[in-house]
Design a protein around this ligand. Structure first.
Ligand SMILES: C[S@@+](CC[C@H](N)C(=O)[O-])C[C@H]1O[C@@H](n2cnc3c(N)ncnc32)[C@H](O)[C@@H]1O
Length: 354
């Protein structure tokens, strides 16, 4: 039995079942045994691979997007460029290298990383050594001023509450102990804050909300309603609120039972983009558009051809394969989506149509 399994089992034995959100919080962020506290999850050696770790093209194209948006903000002399949940810092490293080809843009940047894991913060310091970058732990701690914000695969990692409809009534779905093993058990009656058509779903349906995700989107929306700027959110999920059990665990690139050995596998849930967009009012929401469409609009095909350039056939095939992973509808091209939250007076962001 792992240490965290023991801690959570004792907690449930003494205090009764805990919410899925509490279970997820402990599994991901327990100060001693949480997944993000103890491991290096990214890449082929780790448990999963994210878009910036697949190809430098991802961060470079987001750098291009940011430069275009800086122009659409009127090319301010100082721009807060921030990334929330930067993982290994790869996206920001690629973004800043691409920004180097546009010196006035690079010169305007006040670069910030928002990260809660001290371990990953140290990793980001290594990746970004030599760059002028600052760190904070909360979005609210970012300095004032025109803002461009990027969050890739952050929202899927934030804890969700789950609900189950039983006998026509919604109940919180809890994690309890059955025969000494973690198991989902019904909790108190409660109606989740979701649209009426979702709440009207059939008995047995599971619904989810992500309170931390909504609170973060609301904080972004408040700021973007009052100051010029945009937040680019890329993640996997559904464009409209819907029922479905999307809690999943991944270990060594394979699915893993979500309640098994907490802290040893990544736990995520699909992002409800409609809920994020609603929470962010008064900011205006653009999209979500499929990631493949977004990257193609920014010119990933051209960038891939440039990188392949005079390279040999092996490198060219690798680059083509990486691009396919990012944009093909059967890979990350459709499931992953890009949403922009923007100051309401700004025109359509690059990659989005009005
Ligand atoms: C799945 S990783 C994504 C990493 C990176 N964006 C990428 O695409 O490779 C999630 C990241 O979000 C960070 N994180 C989780 N909760 C956070 C929060 N509330 N505020 C800021 N960062 C958070 C994690 O420590 C990690 O860096």
């Amino acid at each position: 039995m792992t240490a965290l399994t023991h801690i959570l089992s004792e907690r449930i034995r003494l205090g009764g079942p805990i919410t899925v959100a509490d279970f997820m919080t402990e599994a991901l962020s327990h100060p001693d045994y949480g997944y993000y506290t103890t491991r290096e999850p990214f890449g082929t050696e780790g448990d999963f691979t994210t878009a910036p770790e697949i190809s430098q093209m991802f961060g470079e194209l987001i750098g291009l997007w940011a430069a275009l948006m800086w122009q659409s903000l009127g090319a301010p002399r100082r721009l807060v460029l921030a990334e929330i949940g930067p993982g290994r810092g790869t996206l920001m490293a690629d973004l800043l290298r691409a920004a180097g080809t546009m010196p006035p843009f690079l010169a305007a940047l006040d670069v910030w990383l928002v990260e809660t894991s001290p371990r990953l913060m140290a990793r980001q310091r290594q990746t970004l050594a030599g760059r002028e970058v600052r760190w904070c732990e909360r979005f609210e701690d970012l300095p004032e001023g025109p803002l461009l914000l990027v969050a890739n695969e952050l929202f899927d990692a934030l804890p969700i509450r789950q609900f189950e409809k039983l006998g026509g009534v919604w109940h919180e779905r809890m994690v309890g102990l059955v025969d000494d093993a973690f198991a989902f058990v019904p909790g108190p009656e409660t109606t989740p804050d979701l649209p009426a058509e979702v709440l009207a779903a059939a008995d047995g349906s599971i619904a989810e909300i992500c309170p931390l995700g909504r609170a973060l989107a609301a904080a972004m929306g408040q700021r973007l309603g009052r100051e010029p700027g945009m937040a680019l959110i890329i993640d996997y999920g559904h464009p409209f609120s819907a029922v479905g059990d999307t809690l999943q665990a991944v270990k060594r690139h394979r699915f893993h039972p979500p309640l098994d050995q907490p802290g040893t596998a990544d736990l995520t849930a699909h992002v409800d983009f409609e809920a994020l967009a609603s929470a962010a009012i008064p900011a205006r929401a653009w999209g979500p558009v499929p990631q493949g469409q977004f990257l193609e609009a920014l010119g990933i095909q051209t960038r891939a051809a440039m990188l392949a350039g005079d390279a040999g056939p092996k490198v060219a095939a690798d680059i083509a394969g990486q691009m396919r992973r990012l944009i093909d509808p059967t890979e990350m091209g459709t499931l992953f989506k890009a949403l922009v939250l923007a100051h309401p007076a700004l025109p359509a962001p690059a990659g989005f149509v009005s």
